[in-house]
Design a protein around this ligand. Structure first.
Ligand SMILES: [Zn+2]
Length: 542
């Protein structure tokens, strides 16, 4: 009898050895780009409890591990889940609830679209998003005259695609108390012969926004999930949200608790009184896949609307340099606050004067904490003299390559050919800092990472413009682009111990791509065929 039990025990032991170590998922027959420091590639990996247990050659992993769930990648490329280091998720969600003006080719089409939208879905206040007059046939001078005729009583607010400017009708100007007398610091109420034209920018827009309707929470949630699912289709699993409100944190927590929101969300709070209280109380805030440990401040506006703050006047309007949208006192207050609570500070700075303002303000943090990882978002126009300060102060640039290839048309008009040489200069930035975060600025731009890749490496948009590429010497390599959307973005959000590369112990967050990721001769679409977050399949074409 004892011998019989002994035999059973041996048999059990042998069979469990043959089966191998149990894991939750084995991914094999793949080209796994780990994106580790040496860019090591593997054929297979074993995953347990959402983490990577081992990576290695096909046979080694299949012999050593067993699982009920295995994925044959068919020889395809696998990368760590991609990061979009600069998005505005809720702004995107809200845009999808109003009139979409991004496809308008003229001012008359814009008016028609707004009229049709109002007939289809009558609203008490009409809100639209996405127009960009630089794409229109003729650069028309924008005034609200026609809008007033069409909508004499219903308030209308139509945001430009950069969200820093809106065309507003008189009904809404009146409601917001904006008159010919109104002057706002850090923004503009554009006037002709003293009368507001309906064009309102930056700080002046806050008066308008206060009169816009609140969206229903349920509707917002649905749109956020819709956007998430589109990101997952592209293999994007991590987003840095560049403008979160403390009041929105609950919404994300609910979506996470309902097992619906899967993306790793790294939030940057806007510097409102309520958000500052939230940060002081919570310090580094972590809730499952949601992390908040940074503030986002706007130091200037956008180039298109001449709100970017430049050292020298605009080449196409010598009477203005643009303007800062924050006072020196507020900027310094945010620097002190972030230093004291261990937050990262991320400043939107587009013009060279704004970039310098931020670099100067960031100077004290570097001496206090060399590993602060504070960021400048966009960093579009940089005075050559200021470039070394990024390295000296340890400031990380966070850029959106797609903006260069969508702005190049008006960028030269605004900046002139000499200054254009130091604009959207991603190669020069990377050479200086050795690190570059890459994002899209969705919904201002498309979040398709392959459009970003094409813009970064080939310096063209998906319509193959401009021919020859925009300032091609500022292109970056494919490996650097990939680091920008994986490892470097993880570093730029203090998440490199769990995200950004596929290594033992890190999160099993990855995407299997339909096509090999290369620098194509012509723009080519690519998608994920299956996306995993923490070992869970969150998207699949099947
Ligand atoms: Zn942005």
């Amino acid at each position: 009898m004892v011998r019989f039990f002994y035999l059973l025990l041996v048999l059990f032991f042998v069979s469990s050895c043959m089966k191998g170590q149990r894991v939750d998922l084995i991914v094999h027959n793949a080209v796994i780009h780990s994106m580790d420091e040496n860019l090591t590639m593997y054929e297979a990996m074993a995953i347990k409890d959402g983490k990577i247990v081992e990576l290695g050659p096909e046979r080694q992993i299949l012999n050593k591990y067993s699982s009920d769930d295995s994925y044959d990648a068919g020889g395809r490329d696998i990368y760590p889940g991609l990061t979009d280091a600069h998005v505005h998720l809720l702004l995107g969600a809200k845009q999808r609830m109003g009139v979409d003006l991004s496809q308008c080719k003229s001012f008359s089409q814009l008016l028609m679209d707004v009229e049709m939208y109002q007939q289809r879905k009558p609203s008490k206040v009409i809100v639209g998003h996405g127009w960009n007059e630089s794409l229109w046939r003729n650069n028309e001078l924008l005034t609200n005259d026609e809008l007033n005729k069409l909508f004499p009583k219903t308030p209308v607010c139509l945001f430009r695609n950069d969200s820093h400017t809106a065309l507003v009708n008189d009904a809404l100007l009146n409601l917001a108390g904006i008159t010919s007398e109104t002057v706002v610091v850090g923004g503009e109420v554009v006037k002709i012969d003293g009368k507001p034209t309906g064009i309102v920018t930056d700080a002046a827009l806050e008066l308008i926004k206060a009169k816009l309707p609140n969206y229903s929470l349920e509707e917002l949630k649905e749109k956020v999930i819709e956007i998430q699912n589109e990101l997952l289709m592209y293999g994007v699993t991590n987003v840095h949200d560049a403008g979160l409100e403390a009041s929105e944190v609950k919404m994300y927590q609910q979506l996470i608790d309902d097992d619906r929101f899967k993306l790793n969300l790294y939030g940057m709070l806007l510097p409102t009184t309520e958000n500052i209280q939230f940060a002081k109380k919570n310090k580094v805030f972590e809730y499952k896949n949601l992390t908040i440990r940074s503030f986002k401040i706007f130091v200037d506006g956008a180039l298109g609307s001449r709100g970017a703050y430049l050292k020298a006047p605009y080449s196409d309007n010598l009477s203005t340099n643009g303007y800062p949208t924050i006072t020196k006192e507020k900027l310094d207050e945010m620097v002190r606050l972030c230093m004291s609570i261990g937050y990262q500070l991320n400043a939107h700075a587009i013009g060279d004067a704004a970039v310098k303002l931020v670099l100067d303000a960031y100077q004290p943090i570097h001496r206090l904490n060399p590993d602060h990882r504070w960021r400048i978002e966009h960093a579009q126009v940089i005075d050559k003299e200021d470039l070394p300060l990024f390295l000296e102060y340890g400031v990380i640039p966070s850029v959106q390559p797609i903006q260069g290839v969508s702005d190049y048309g008006f960028a030269e008009q605004r900046l002139g050919s000499e200054r254009l040489k130091t604009a959207y200069a991603y190669h020069s930035l990377l050479k200086t800092t050795g690190v570059l975060l890459i994002g899209s600025d969705f919904p201002i731009e498309d979040f398709d990472p392959f459009k970003a890749l094409y813009a970064a490496c080939v310096r063209k948009n998906e319509r193959e413009q401009p021919a020859g590429g925009f300032a091609i010497s500022e292109s970056i390599s494919l490996d650097d682009f990939l680091r920008g959307v994986t490892t470097w973005s993880a570093i730029g959000s203090f998440q490199e111990s769990k995200l950004g590369s596929l290594e033992v112990g890190k999160e099993a967050t990855f995407a299997i791509f339909e096509r090999e990721i290369t620098v194509p001769k012509n723009f080519i679409k690519n998608f994920s065929i299956a996306t995993y977050i923490n070992g869970e399949k969150v998207y699949s074409i099947e």
